[in-house]
Write a protein that binds this ligand. Structure first.
Ligand code: PLP
Length: 384
């Protein structure tokens, strides 16, 4: 049994992938080839955003989005502590200050109520809610919300709060491409949506890749320029500071192939999630994932919670003995990571994120997981 079986998918598309890679070898435009344009057009259409900008990774997508919004040294960007390091890393990388906001205990996404309180606390200059203790924070500039495990954050509320305070919102949709909220797709829910094509994500390539999606023409142009060293009219005119953040033609070729079966795969992921829910919802040892009304998850991960933190370790041991692979995303919230020690946060600042980090674990999830495997997994959990 595997945690994510990419081979099962490859079997279905291998001939098509090989043909598309061969096309790249034939035309020789390894960088910014025609596959990029085709992929950008298709994914923009799929997500409902007007423009798509392919780039080198999900991390670069977030970086490009922040650069395009003019984020720079000293500015406060509010985000969640319960995410992959990249979300907050890019904020620090450009000298801005990540300000963490606690999460909702059911969806694991940024809690809009905590968001409002944090903004108020910054504006009042008073610490009635945890703020970076080692940094002086002035006006909050923007928000990077994350669609953790495949479910979109509560953008109706987050966007409204942002608007009220004159802030922008970026959607970290690295885990949620293909998800939807009230019929609107991930990557079209805020001003800029950023996704990742890392192999283990719902739509993954065979290496690194990412994309920014937006319906704002000006931001799209900025991000297009910044992904190629701030290019102006041509290659040797540079009008702003940017990065080398392009997506490779071969990765775009792989993605075009995978995208042809992606809608079907989203359905299969939903079926696998439904199957787990049926098998596991009766257990008194765990809590199965909560999907908010109106939301459709992309099920990047199927993440449960042990009812008690002390039972997670023994539960995972028991599953391991039964040859069932599991993973913990994320065992240490970002405010407690050494990399962010300079912000001056401490244990207890974000009790919900800390509690979830101590209790979550993920089960094997991919479109082609068999119901037999799911039954085996559920039996092992129920007998624990
Ligand atoms: C994977 C991931 C990223 C980074 O994407 P890469 O393509 O690996 O750079 C950013 N944010 C979240 C939430 C992720 O899961």
């Amino acid at each position: 049994m595997q945690f994510i079986d990419l081979k099962a998918q490859q079997k279905k598309i291998r001939a098509d992938v090989e043909k598309r890679i061969q096309d790249v070898l034939d035309h020789g435009r390894y960088v910014m080839g025609p596959e990029i344009v085709e992929l950008e057009k298709k994914l923009a259409e799929f997500s409902g955003a007007a423009h798509a900008i392919g780039c080198a990774s999900g991390t670069d997508a977030l970086l490009l989005a922040l650069l395009a919004k003019g984020v720079g040294p000293g500015q406060a960007i509010l985000t969640t502590p319960f995410t992959f390091i990249a979300t907050a890393e890019v904020i620090s990388l450009i000298g801005a200050i990540p300000v963490f906001v606690d999460i909702d205990p059911k969806t694991f996404n940024m809690d809009p109520k905590a968001l409002e309180k944090t903004i108020q606390a910054i504006k009042a200059g008073g610490p009635d809610i945890a703020l970076p203790r080692s940094k002086k924070i002035s006006t909050p500039k923007g928000i990077v919300a994350v669609d953790i495990f495949g479910q979109t954050a509560d953008y109706d509320k987050i966007n409204a709060i942002a608007k009220n305070h004159g802030m922008f919102v970026i959607e970290d949709a690295a885990q949620s491409f293909g998800a939807a909220s009230n019929g609107k797709k991930a990557c079209s829910l805020t001003q800029i949506g950023c996704t990742s094509f890392f192999p283990a994500k719902p739509l993954g390539c065979y290496g690194d890749g990412g994309m920014c999606l937006t319906s704002d023409e000006e931001l799209a142009q900025l991000m297009r320029s910044m992904r190629v060293h701030g290019q102006g009219k041509d290659k040797y005119e540079n009008v702003r500071i940017g990065i080398n953040g392009r997506l490779d033609s071969i990765q775009a070729a792989v993605l075009l192939s995978k995208f042809s079966i992606f809608p079907k795969e989203l359905e299969l992921r939903q079926q696998a999630a439904d199957c787990y829910e049926n098998l596991l919802s009766q257990s008194d040892k765990i809590v199965t994932p909560y999907v908010a009304p109106g939301n459709k998850s992309a099920w990047a991960l199927y993440t449960l919670m042990a009812k008690k933190p002390e039972s997670r370790g023994p539960m995972l041991e028991h599953l391991k003995k039964n040859s069932i692979p599991t993973a913990v995303y994320y065992p240490k919230p970002l405010h407690l990571q050494t990399a962010f020690a300079g912000l001056g946060y401490k244990q207890g600042d974000f009790p919900i994120a800390e509690d979830c980090a101590a209790r979550v674990f993920s089960l094997p999830m991919y479109p082609y997981i068999s119901s037999e495997d799911q039954e085996t997994i559920a039996e092992a959990i129920l007998e624990f």
